[in-house]
Write a protein that binds this ligand. Structure first.
Ligand SMILES: [Mn+2]
Length: 319
């Protein structure tokens, strides 16, 4: 494993740097990208920010979000590529062929990281990649201005579920304290990132709640949406984010499930739990994730997917 000092030295000597992150970027992906991007620009480095998928709307208010290039990788000759929050090559699949020969600096916090970079810095104890970027900036002696602070605040607050998940540590709060001192404003950020919902998202949530059912003596709650229902609401991926938590957070429920029929007729399943190891269940069904947050895709009819997953989950719950 490399050190942040080594990474800082590389970044200071590189001429043309590409910063990129994973497909379907989340708050940690975008926040880390912007935070490191600005700081390197302030240090006079030539930096390109790239995300294969567009920046989700709720992060577009962040200063510099419009500078993130998405879609096609601009054909410049990068001598250094930094991947942020990516556990393996698949997470940067759309550009992997174009970047694989470059010096890749892999900065991440996923325990499953396969160290695909030439230089790897993976800190499993960090709540978010944004927390590592914060440390890298202090090694780089980059100034923390309000824009950098806001970007890193978004990275850390989203990956910790607003400081509620078990990855939240004392170090997380110390970093956040510095970000607030540097000008990050929860009052500006929270409504945009966490609270605001599009009408489409609320419409599709209503449909999902309408489908709510319980199994295993109320220990399992599940919701399901057909492709037709999703289409009628005009909902996209972003609108379906977090719906599964409404099932999980009902009193007496240990496991919440959300089944979603895709256009290709496969069924995407989100699994969340308080105690049961749903990661194990998802893995047995060809998916993956963490013990209390996992997912899988099943190539079967919605009703069959429901039966299959419910049977596996019930076995886990009654263990
Ligand atoms: Mn992350």
């Amino acid at each position: 494993m490399s050190s942040l000092q080594e990474i800082a030295a590389r970044l200071k000597s590189a001429n043309n740097i590409l910063l990129t992150t994973h497909i379907q970027p989340d708050g940690d992906a975008i926040g880390s990208l912007l935070g490191l991007g600005y700081a390197l620009r302030q240090l006079g480095r030539n930096v390109t920010l790239f995300s294969a998928d567009p920046v989700p709307k709720r992060f577009c208010f962040l200063t510099g979000a419009e500078l993130i290039v998405s879609g096609e990788l601009p054909g410049a000759d990068f001598d250094c590529v930094v991947t942020l929050d990516c556990s393996d090559q698949d997470r940067v699949a759309p550009v992997w062929e174009q970047i694989k020969e470059r010096i890749i600096i892999n900065i991440d916090h996923h325990p499953t990281n396969n160290l695909f970079g030439r230089i790897n810095y993976v800190d499993e104890k960090a709540s978010a990649t944004g927390e590592i970027v914060y440390e890298l900036l202090s090694v780089l002696e980059a100034p923390l201005d309000p824009a950098v602070a806001a970007a890193l605040y978004v990275a850390i607050s989203t990956d910790t579920g607003s400081f509620k998940y078990e990855n939240t540590t004392a170090r997380t709060h110390r970093v956040i304290a510095h970000l607030l001192e540097a000008g990050a404003s929860p009052r500006e950020i929270t409504p945009r990132v966490f609270d605001l919902r599009s009408r489409t998202a609320v419409c599709v949530l209503r449909e999902a709640l309408n489908s709510l059912e319980f199994n295993a003596d109320g220990k399992v709650a599940w919701m399901a949406l057909t492709e037709k229902e999703i289409k009628l609401c005009g909902a996209g991926d972003e609108d379906l984010d977090g719906i599964v938590n409404y099932a999980k957070n009902i009193q007496g429920v240990d496991v919440g499930l959300f089944f979603r029929e895709k256009a290709d007729k496969t069924v995407k399943v989100g699994l969340r739990s308080h105690n049961a190891d749903v990661g194990k269940v998802a893995q047995a069904l060809g998916g993956g994730g963490h013990a209390r947050a996992a997912g899988c895709s099943l190539d079967m009819k919605l009703a069959d997917a429901r039966k299959t997953v419910l049977a596996a989950v019930e076995q886990e719950v009654y263990q």
